[in-house]
Design a protein around this ligand. Structure first.
Ligand SMILES: Cc1cc2nc3c(=O)[nH]c(=O)nc-3n(C[C@H](O)[C@H](O)[C@H](O)COP(=O)(O)OP(=O)(O)OC[C@H]3O[C@@H](n4cnc5c(N)ncnc54)[C@H](O)[C@@H]3O)c2cc1C
Length: 110
């Protein structure tokens, strides 16, 4: 779809989501801009993905090293949602939780 068609399509969807009048939404639309990530030479489509044989990689990458290095990021999501914003956010909470639990169980008792 070209930009104009995408904009109209988005208005239909928005109108449905927010129970608004589609024509009114179209009237409020100032413009439409799209970006073709597939053909952007810097991104090349660029969603992350799990390579063959790497199903356990996320779990391994979520494990702390030496009790001092903690990892977050979409690639460390262990719920199968890697490559998304919510995976990145959840991984941050998980890493924070690991840090807090680490300090509670620190051998030095600090
Ligand atoms: C084109 C595209 C469209 C997307 N659309 C969606 C979508 O619609 N919905 C959705 O949920 N997700 C989408 N995603 C995925 C989502 O953007 C990512 O999963 C999410 O941003 C990952 O967050 P992150 O914090 O793990 O990593 P990032 O956001 O990649 O953050 C990593 C940061 O580390 C920095 N960094 C890297 N190396 C170093 C270094 N050596 N030293 C210091 N800093 C460094 C980088 O500059 C970057 O700022 C899309 C991704 C792409 C590429």
């Amino acid at each position: 779809m070209d930009e104009e068609k995408l904009g109209l399509h988005a208005c239909v969807t928005l109108a449905k989501i927010f129970a608004l009048d589609e024509q009114q939404l179209r009237g409020l639309l100032l413009g439409c801009h799209t970006h073709d990530w597939q053909h952007d030479p810097l991104f090349q489509g660029a969603y992350s993905y799990v390579a063959t044989g790497g199903l356990d990689a996320s779990k391994k990458m979520s494990e702390p090293v030496a009790g001092t290095l903690f990892f977050a990021g979409e690639h460390t999501d262990t719920t199968g949602h890697w490559g998304t914003v919510h995976a990145a956010m959840r991984s941050g909470l998980r890493a924070a939780d690991q840090i807090l639990n680490q300090s509670v169980t620190s051998p030095s008792g600090e």
